[in-house]
Design a protein around this ligand. Sequence first.
Ligand code: AMP
Ligand code: ZN
Length: 494
Amino acid sequence: MALRLYNTMSSKVEEFHPLRDNEVHMYACGPTVYDYGHIGNFRTFVAVDLLRRWLRQSGYKVHHVMNITDVDDRIIRNAAHDGVSVQQYTAKYEKTFLEDARMIGIEQPTLTRATEYIQEMAEFVAKLVEKGIAYRTDDGSYYFRIAKFPEYGKLSKKDFQGMLDGARVDVDEYDKDSARDFALWKSPKPGEAFWETAIGPGRPGWHLECSVMSMKELGESFDLHAGGEDLVFPHHENEIAQSESLTGKPFAHFWFHARFLLVEGEKMSKSLGNFFTLRDLVLKGHKPSSIRYLLTSVPYRNQLNFTFDGLKQAAVSVERLRNFRLRLSAGNFPAGSNAAMQSLATETIAGMRAALDDDLNTAQAQAAIFEMVRQANVAFDTGGVRKDDVPPLLAVLAKFDEVFAVLDDDDVPKMKRVLEWAAAEGREKDISAELREAIQSGQMADADIEAKITGMKSARAARDFRKSDAIRAELAAAGIIVEITKDGIRWRRK
Ligand code: AMP
Ligand code: ZN
């Protein structure tokens, strides 16, 4: 069965097949590195990461390119304001973005930086001028003449009848309902960063950056182009206009857009006080795995309402999955196998596959794994899980985690790094008691805990219950709950 994916271009869910063999070439619009990434940004980046991981699990080789927009109006303005070069300004935010992406389980795509493709961008403009599609204005800027691209508006389904030929706009972001000739290349203003090129001094427009980098790295036609829903117009519409009018070929075949998230039911904004960077949430004591889980718990095309209750719920869900895995890998089971458990594992794999093939229905995939956990937990307690059932059940968890990436218990070291960063930035006041506590109680690594459990087991074998209880109390103080059952000793984190 093939993946069915919504394509913004056709406004339909279509079967996804790559253009070339079983290789997927995809491009995602990356961050503009002028500030710390917020959870809205990561909603989209995690959705793209999930798509990448699912394509790979489905047997495709994935070439995933993401740009870093390291030059645009805001960056130039902020760098000038701070009196530093564009490069100095963006280096810091690029680094923190990549750290954040790693923290939240995003596999790193091939990165392209806009400032490393400036000459190619200038060449691209020159070719558009040659074809009579772009024109130069008196100040040395270049614009795309949208009247030369009759299909303009085909992605956003906007009707641009009566648009003004020759009306221009020179900013990267403009009125969502007006169609104007847009800037491909901007001549330098006094005090602004610029590059010397064959078409004169200046800098590229944001839309041009993505057309040039995507086609350079993935070819003139490639499989899929992704971003948040706000990019449909004008950004992606303009990329299509530039690219297709130059090559005469279809640019990206699939257009993948993630819906904007809300925070506590409202649009995220600094003035409402509901604007959170990823680091803000970790500083409040939330685990990266809970955040990732919450971001994937609503399918990418549905509106995700990010709430703190939801975040707590997500933490509980991740914990349940981790504890279940632990119970499977640490328990003692009677020999043999139980046909019901074997088919539970097979059905769960099939259920997850069907859900994710259905336009990445992540909520349903999560429901499938929790149904397995529920049924297996019932079976545990009645001796219904046998030794040979363990590997297939663990294999389901592993498949799930190849895509969702929340089971490895590496939250604490990640949280520790955020704490150290905040301290180094002089932001002690933002470090919550909850974060300190989470780090404290999570300090003990799995291996240390296992060693203590072994100590408990030998103490009990020697009927030294006082020693066993002492170890148990020590673990409890570190937030580890130990259960002694007839099958042996199990532990989990509080
Ligand atoms: P930017 O750094 O502003 O260029 O945005 C990077 C990515 O995050 C783009 O794909 C945006 O569409 C996406 N994005 C920005 N805000 C949100 C939001 N509230 N929800 C989902 N995606 C967003
Ligand atoms: Zn882009």
